[in-house]
Structure formats: structure tokens, C-alpha cells
Design a protein around this ligand. Structure first.
Ligand SMILES: [Zn+2]
Ligand SMILES: [Zn+2]
Length: 251
């Protein structure tokens, strides 16, 4: 078995040997694949000898070459506009994966350039998206993995979607300054800079990050609202309030 880490470089991929630079690029491959039957058997699911830590791209190769049954994993890749979500998915996806991205759907049915999205088409786009989301949810077809790309700034909305689809959330992090700087350097968006500036600013205004680990959001919201029924919108309001408080504390 290969060494997992290099003394100076950090974590290395056990398939190609290259360094895994970011945590988000790393995935655990189970040599004995997990099934509903063995997933609770810790000698298989948590046994380090059964786990290879590899790049996403290498994980696809392993599965394609050795014909492991596909587990049809679903990922929601979210983050601000121009944070690099599409680039990440392109680097991580395999040939038999499907990608759901509203921008690409627009391009597919209008043949217009990426920045031109007539609102008159929106209803058709949303219906296409919902149909694909349903295919992903029901694991229709023989695709290996599905990647859903979107802003999803709102914690409760993305949690709900992840739960409905049985998906894992992957956050592509970037600061507002990073995104605005990339916008300035993007020649294709020169004449739509103002709109994109707004997209970016709106995303950061609406962004609610995941609650800190260890915080029981529902229980805290119940305490806060003194209402045991505590609806989802109450949890959202609580988290919003909590996040604002936290931001002030940080500043
Ligand atoms: Zn690798
Ligand atoms: Zn695997």
C-alpha cells in the first residue's frame, strides 16, 4: 500500500502519487465497495486498509478500469459566481457523469453566448432543470455520478435539496474580492460587467454559511423562538440572526 502522505508536501493521492492540494479534491475509495449490507460493518467502512485517499479524477479512473459497480453519487457544487465551480467539476468528473448547470441549459436550447439569457425562456429552463433533478433524485439511467452546479447561498435551501437528492454538498470558496477581480480579468464579460458585479454582490448578501459544527440548529432555534413546533422558516430566521451576530463578533 502506498504512503498516504509525503513528509513535506502533505497528503498524496494513492492512485497517481501526486499531492492532493485541497481537501475538496480528495475522496475516499473503498476497495471493497460499500453496500447497504456492509456499510454498518466498521471493519469494512472505516478500515484504513480498505480505504484509498485519491483525487476525484483518479477515483473515476479506478472505477472505469476495474469496473466497480457505480454508486451514482450526487454532488451539489455551490459558491459565489466566478468562484471556479465549473472548473472544479470539469477537473473532477468522469466520462459517464452528468452535470446540471442552468447556464449550460440556456446555452443548449438558445445557442446564445453564455452571458445572454433571455428571461422569456426562463420557464422552459426551469422545467428542464426540474426534470433533470427528478432523474437525478430517482437515479434514472446509467450515469456514474451527477454534479449539480449552482450558487445556493442559502443554507436551508441547499440542505433541503441535498436531503431530497441524497447529495453531498461541496463548497467552492472564494472571497468577494477574488470574484470581482476575476470578473475584471474576464474579457468575455466586459460588456456585462455591471450585471455580474450585481450577481456577485447579491450572492454575498444572501450567503448563509453552514452552522458551526457541534451547534444543534433545531434545538437552538427552539430555544430562541420558544416554540417547540419550530418550522423550517423559523430555523432559517434563527440561523440568519445567528450568522449576523457572528459576523459582527468577528469584525
Ligand atoms: Zn490522483
Ligand atoms: Zn470508489
Amino acid at each position: 500500500m502506498n504512503e498516504r502522505s509525503h513528509p513535506s508536501k502533505g497528503l498524496c493521492c494513492q492512485h497517481c502519487g501526486e499531492v492532493i492540494h485541497k481537501e475538496i479534491d480528495c475522496i475516499a475509495h473503498h476497495i471493497t465497495e460499500l453496500t447497504p449490507v456492509n456499510v454498518h460493518d466498521v471493519t469494512i467502512s472505516l478500515n484504513p486498509k480498505n480505504i484509498l485517499l485519491v483525487h476525484h479524477r483518479c477515483h473515476n479512473q479506478i472505477h472505469e478500469r476495474f469496473g466497480y459497480p457505480s454508486t451514482q453519487k450526487v454532488y451539489i457544487v455551490y459558491g459565489p459566481p466566478l468562484s471556479g465551480k465549473t472548473t472544479f467539476v470539469k477537473q473532477s468528473k468522469g466520462r459517464k457523469d452528468i452535470v446540471l448547470d442552468l447556464d449550460e441549459l440556456y446555452k443548449a436550447i438558445t445557442l446564445l453566448p453564455a452571458y445572454d439569457k433571455p428571461t422569456e425562456i426562463a420557464q422552459n429552463i426551469f422545467q428542464l432543470r426540474d426534470m433533470l433533478l427528478d432523474q437525478i433524485k430517482t437515479r434514472t439511467g446509467k450515469w456514474s455520478q451527477a454534479w449539480i452546479i449552482g450558487g445556493y447561498p442559502n443554507f436551508v435551501e441547499r440542505e433541503r435539496l441535498a436531503h431530497q437528492l441524497g447529495a453531498e454538498l461541496l463548497f467552492i470558496e472564494a472571497t468577494q474580492d477574488d470574484c470581482l477581480q476575476r470578473l475584471c480579468q474576464d474579457k468575455d464579460k466586459l460588456h456585462v460587467q455591471r450585471e455580474w458585479q450585481q450577481y456577485i454582490q447579491q450572492w454575498f448578501l444572501r450567503f448563509i454559511p453552514d452552522p458551526p459544527p457541534g451547534l444543534n440548529l433545531r434545538q437552538s432555534a427552539v430555544n430562541w423562538t420558544r416554540d417547540n413546533r419550530c418550522t423550517e422558516s423559523a430555523i432559517l430566521r434563527y440561523h440568519h440572526w445567528f450568522w449576523k451576530k457572528l459576523k459582527k463578533e468577528i469584525k
